[in-house]
Design a protein around this ligand. Structure first.
Ligand SMILES: [Ca+2]
Ligand SMILES: [Ca+2]
Length: 212
């Protein structure tokens, strides 16, 4: 049956609303009710299809975004805001960690923005371990320098609790104290100074070909 015929049937029903005892009218009511149910089914099916299309678009967008991030950095490096970050699985002391990052084409991470600190936290929370970052006061006690020799900004520092405390050990056996900085999973303020000789994982950083 064509749509024109359906339309004229519906109009006919409207014009004959008053004559409810008419057998022809009852037949028409049944017919109209059936058509209404068919339309409701069609509407529901269209609704389901629309939801599925929206979901497909969302998945496609996610995949595209992930593909762009993956192509922006070397394998096993994570992309964030124009930079790539490597979270090592092996452990080394701070100096060897610094050198290993250089060998891999980067440097120990230098954290100069809050969103960068937040990004690093979001990753290391998954690992539940501490990592070396590129900050030390090895040359002059209390003068904190990044591995590119820039000074630690008073506005962008994320020390945990009473850190840095230049702890010298439980019996004062390490007179030089703690000179190298770790990032731990303690929330936004998560840096501590630690003994540079400790063997820990590291975070390396390098520029990405993809700019934010
Ligand atoms: Ca120190
Ligand atoms: Ca400390």
């Amino acid at each position: 049956m064509s749509e024109d015929v359906i339309y004229s049937d519906v109009v006919f029903v409207k014009r004959n609303e008053i004559g409810s005892n008419d057998p022809d009218q009852s037949q028409l009511d049944v017919y109209t009710e059936k058509k209404l149910k068919d339309l409701q089914k069609l509407h529901s099916a269209l609704n389901d299809n629309f939801t599925a299309v929206l979901q497909d678009m969302h998945d496609w967008q996610q995949n595209l975004s992930k593909a762009l991030d993956d192509s922006a950095c070397p394998k096993d490096w994570e992309y964030h805001a124009g930079k790539c970050y490597f979270f090592s699985t092996n452990t080394l002391d701070w100096t060897k960690s610094r050198d290993a990052c250089v060998s891999d084409g980067g440097h120990l991470v230098i954290i100069k923005r809050k969103d960068e600190q937040e990004f690093l936290m979001s990753i290391i929370t998954k690992y539940k371990e501490s990592f070396w970052i590129g900050l030390t006061d090895e040359k002059n006690e209390g003068q904190w320098l990044w591995v590119d020799n820039t000074e630690l900004s008073p506005d962008e520092r994320y020390w945990y609790g009473n850190e840095p405390d230049n702890w010298t050990g439980s019996r004062g056996e390490s007179k030089a104290g703690e000179d190298c900085v770790i990032i731990t999973q303690d929330g936004l303020k998560s840096w501590s100074d630690a003994f540079c000789s400790k063997s820990l994982r590291r975070i390396c950083e390098t520029r990405s070909s993809r700019q934010p």
